[in-house]
Write a protein that binds this ligand. Structure first.
Ligand SMILES: *[C@@H]1O[C@H](CO)[C@@H](O)[C@H](O)[C@H]1NC(C)=O
Ligand SMILES: *[C@@H]1O[C@H](CO)[C@@H](O)[C@H](O)[C@H]1NC(C)=O
Ligand SMILES: *[C@@H]1O[C@H](CO)[C@@H](O)[C@H](O)[C@H]1NC(C)=O
Ligand SMILES: *[C@@H]1O[C@H](CO)[C@@H](O)[C@H](O)[C@H]1NC(C)=O
Ligand SMILES: *[C@@H]1O[C@H](CO)[C@@H](O)[C@H](O)[C@H]1NC(C)=O
Length: 396
């Protein structure tokens, strides 16, 4: 059972809620921790902020419960490690002396997506490719997708055109959340790229920066995380709502003014959360531009991967993210994409660089990893699965 994914995507369901609130933005500390919302005391205390951004490890309560529930006990973790340890020995090492092969990369881009409406920087849902009254189809259920009609309200949530339309970055880092990053010292190398992608609002605590860097150009968040960490901004009283929104805005500030990419069109529930998030951030004048990958782009990408090595397994969101990166970047460098609980030296690894919580649903991870190695070996992108040149203390 060596299965997991790089950034979590879970299924979800919910009801729609809309609201408006007044929020006065506060200065944020240099490196904010996760914000804890004390929902017991927040209830019914009008205007009294109980957000605590400096509490123990700063994790939101809802998140702590989630992590606890999904963290295996020692014997289960050991079993996973031993199975992965054996498996890792059977994986060939990547070809040494990597060089970028532009013609191979261009060929791969064309094979991945051959649709002028969505290729290059046009992978987003925009007013240009999703005009008024257009119909957007969710990915799930695949046989009978929910149809989202682009009403004027929906239309106004989309950017006029893709901000990446004419942009091509020379170098990009895509940071997966794998435990292999812990102690890697890859921070400086990651930050040296022109554009840095990060996954699912992964923590950026000071103790991680040497390994993961601190630059973020684009951060993703899955609607399910908005659901269980911020209760999709909905709760019984308006003051709790405010707390969740404030907590979200504050947590988001760890990524500066990066783009916030939300995979909105998974199912009808995720669409509602994504649109609500866009609205909330707009109401609070957040600096982050919210962007949604076009559902047809994700559909095409997913079927490409199914036909190329994954069979009927749904590709992980990490794989979809790197498919996005390769649209707007020449050289793509992957970090933290090592889906095993052991490294090549048989050292034990946690699931993520920040915790050991296992995901709840499965992707075909060894198959995905094989594809990444193939892309590395053909010069399409560079996969880093070892420690980087140590340049400690730069961030201390
Ligand atoms: C939440 O607030 C209540 C009331 O102020 C307090 O008793 C409780 O200890 C707080 N819980 C946490 C986890 O901070
Ligand atoms: C925040 O949490 C920390 C640690 O639990 C506590 O010492 C501090 O008093 C709290 N601050 C506020 C404003 O509640
Ligand atoms: C550890 O977890 C496994 C799988 O979840 C379970 O079967 C086992 O009983 C647990 N062992 C202990 C000692 O709690
Ligand atoms: C680069 O990729 C192209 C297309 O796959 C291939 O024909 C060529 O041999 C590669 N060049 C090098 C130096 O590997
Ligand atoms: C409201 O908040 C409480 C406490 O955090 C949580 O248990 C409950 O599930 C939330 N309700 C909704 C509808 O999100």
């Amino acid at each position: 059972m060596r299965r997991r994914k790089y950034c979590a995507i879970l299924s979800l369901f919910l009801s729609a809620v809309t609201f408006l609130l007044v929020y006065t933005s506060e200065p944020v500390s240099h490196q904010p921790k996760w914000t804890t919302v004390n929902s017991t005391s927040a209830k019914g205390r009008q205007g009294h902020s109980t957000v605590n951004s400096t509490s123990a490890k700063g994790r939101p309560l809802s998140d702590m419960n989630y992590v606890k529930r999904h963290t295996p006990n020692e014997s289960a973790a050991l079993e996973k490690f031993q199975a992965d340890q054996k498996f890792v020995q059977s994986i060939p090492t990547e070809a040494p002396g990597w060089v970028y092969n532009q013609s191979a990369a261009d060929l791969f881009r064309r094979k991945l997506i051959n649709d002028a409406r969505l290729d290059n920087g046009n992978f987003l849902t925009t007013q240009e490719n999703s005009p008024l009254n257009a119909i957007l189809k969710t990915l799930v259920p695949s046989l009978n997708p929910t149809k989202i009609k682009v009403s004027s309200g929906v239309f106004n949530l989309f950017p006029k055109e893709s901000p990446f339309k004419t942009k091509k970055f020379q170098t990009c880092s895509v940071v997966g959340n794998g435990g292999i990053l812990k102690g890697s010292g890859c921070g400086v190398e990651i930050d040296a790229s022109e554009f840095v992608f990060r996954c699912n609002m992964a923590p950026m605590y000071d103790e991680h920066l040497t390994d993961i860097g601190k630059k973020t150009s684009l951060i993703t968040i899955n609607p399910t995380l908005i659901l269980y960490r911020y209760h999709k901004f909905s709760n019984t009283t308006s003051s709790t709502k405010t707390e969740y929104v404030k907590a979200f805005v504050r947590d988001l500030s760890a990524y500066g003014d990066s783009y916030l990419l939300i995979p909105a069109f998974f199912n009808s529930g995720s669409v509602k959360i994504a649109f609500l998030t866009r609205q909330v951030l707009r109401d609070h004048s957040a600096r982050n531009e919210v962007i949604f990958p076009h559902p047809d782009f994700v559909r095409i990408t997913q079927s490409f991967w199914r036909e190329n090595g994954l069979g009927d397994k749904r590709p992980s969101s990490g794989l979809v993210l790197l498919s996005t990166a390769i649209q707007i970047c020449e050289e793509v460098r992957l970090y933290g994409f090592w889906p095993f609980h052991a490294d090549r030296n048989s050292a034990r690894l946690t699931e993520h660089y920040y915790d050991n919580a296992l995901p709840t649903n499965a992707h075909s991870v060894p198959d995905e990893f094989r594809q990444l190695q193939r892309l590395h070996n053909t010069g399409v992108l560079r996969l880093t699965t070892t420690a980087c040149q140590r340049q400690d203390n730069i961030y201390h």
